[in-house]
Design a protein around this ligand. Structure first.
Ligand code: ATP
Ligand code: MG
Length: 406
């Protein structure tokens, strides 16, 4: 069905962006892993988002490697590694704070294997079989750093060039197998400004109800990636348009669709502010600060009268249903509530000049996260910019926020 194509540097004229695909842009430690696996006579390639991003001239978030070596073999080759996962075994090779994920080529299970009582996904296969299990054509390119070749079994290069999000195989089947792919399609399309091909567009509303049965842990991970993507506003717009938002976050969807409510504007503004801050800064925000962007409007939604104070317990109550719908853990939702409840305090205390009276509070982690949130809310907003600056200067040195002073 698909034709294998190999693109090497001799193709660079046809695809000018191939010239950018040089080893110097690859992570050095990841290159070492590929080299070592090769020395041990295992096929090994870069794969996934890193190749897609490098070809588009973007900085990859992480570097994924795929190899013919089995997890135990990979573990034996790299002393600084550990096997993770149960259903899906992977190896993490650790370099200080950096982790490079090394996976083994996999194949789709046969019909009988699919019905095995223990759900697992460790059916190892060939490189070609591995490609067919991946989600989108642009995510399924292999890169061989030694031959300097891109191996494309599914037309991913053409789709990258044309700016298309095309699923590998039948869209309905692939979304039924794993509905999380719906969120991945919407995120990629918003982030890269790519168009989903008609089959993908049609299959999303037809299959998105299945997200209600998907693991909430995986949904939360994708929502975090969406918030970090730099295109959170566009992505939520698409999620609303394709009827996905009410399935995964009905409380947020209600506000999104309530155009006459000021909370709808607050939600849009918070998302746009999040997209506007520098990518490097955004990557340092923790999950609670990212979620505060969605939760701030939820706290204020449907209030009968304006608030004089914003207590942590009140925020917790307002967010209870949202937290339950996503099975957010207690620690996370408490931190989000603290971050939000501190926003009014930070604005008031600055005006009254009494910030020095709570040194204990200023040493708390959630205080710094509340300042991170204040930073993004007030970023490039000349009317409120001074509030963040005021607090940043008063923080104990060791407690400075992730954000640089402006
Ligand atoms: P980024 O890391 O920039 O968010 P990515 O595409 O690399 O994007 P990862 O979650 O790191 O995303 O996944 C690595 C690769 O694994 C993907 O590019 C894709 O080939 C494959 N993959 C990830 N999730 C799925 C899925 N749900 N179904 C099929 N393949 C997947
Ligand atoms: Mg990746």
């Amino acid at each position: 069905m698909y034709m294998k194509r190999i693109y090497s540097y001799s193709d660079a004229k046809k695809f000018p962006w191939l010239q950018r695909m040089s080893a110097e842009f690859l992570d050095r430690d990841a290159v070492k892993i590929v080299r070592r696996l090769r020395q041990c006579r295992h096929a090994a390639y870069f794969v996934g988002g890193c190749i897609r991003d490098l070809l588009l001239g973007r900085r990859p978030k992480d570097f994924d490697i795929v190899t013919a070596a089995r997890p135990q073999e990979i573990r034996r080759i790299f002393r600084n590694s550990r096997i993770i996962g149960r259903r899906f075994l992977l190896v993490h090779v650790v370099f200080g704070e950096k982790i490079v994920e090394v996976a083994t080529f996999r194949r789709a299970p046969s019909h009988e294997e699919k019905n095995l009582p223990v759900k697992q996904d460790n059916f190892f296969g060939t490189d070609e079989e591995d490609v067919l299990r991946r989600d989108f054509t642009i995510n399924a390119l292999f890169y061989d750093p030694y031959e300097e070749q891109i191996i494309d079994y599914v037309g991913g290069i053409e789709d990258l060039r044309a700016g298309k999000i095309r699923i590998i195989g039948d869209a309905a089947v692939r979304f039924q197998e794993d509905p999380i792919r719906i969120l991945r399609a919407l995120k990629l399309s918003a982030q890269l400004g790519f168009t989903m091909v008609p089959e993908v567009k049609e299959a999303i509303p037809q299959n998105c109800a299945r997200l209600a049965q998907a693991s909430s842990e995986r949904i939360v991970l994708e929502v975090i990636k969406i918030l970090q993507s730099g295109a959170a506003f566009a992505c939520l717009q698409q999620m609303a348009e394709y009827q996905v938002l009410p399935v995964i976050m009905p409380h947020v969807a209600r506000i999104w669709n309530d155009a006459s409510n000021p909370c709808q504007q607050l939600l849009c503004r918070c998302l746009q502010q999040l997209d506007k801050i520098p990518a490097q800064t955004r990557s340092q925000l923790n999950d609670a600060t990212l979620f505060a962007v969605l939760c701030l409007p939820l706290v204020f939604y449907n209030l009968q009268k304006p608030l004089q104070t914003l207590e942590e317990n009140f925020c917790l109550k307002q967010l209870a249903e949202f937290a339950e719908s996503l099975h957010l853990c207690n620690g996370l939702i408490v931190t989000i509530s603290r971050i939000i409840s501190l926003q009014l305090y930070l604005e008031r205390a600055m005006r009254n000049g009494n910030c020095g009276s709570r040194p204990k509070l200023m040493r708390k982690n959630y205080f710094r996260q509340a300042l991170d949130f204040l930073y993004l809310r007030t970023y490039q907003d000349t009317a409120t910019e001074g509030i963040y600056q005021f607090w940043h200067e008063r923080l104990p040195k060791q407690g400075r926020t992730a954000m640089k002073s402006r």
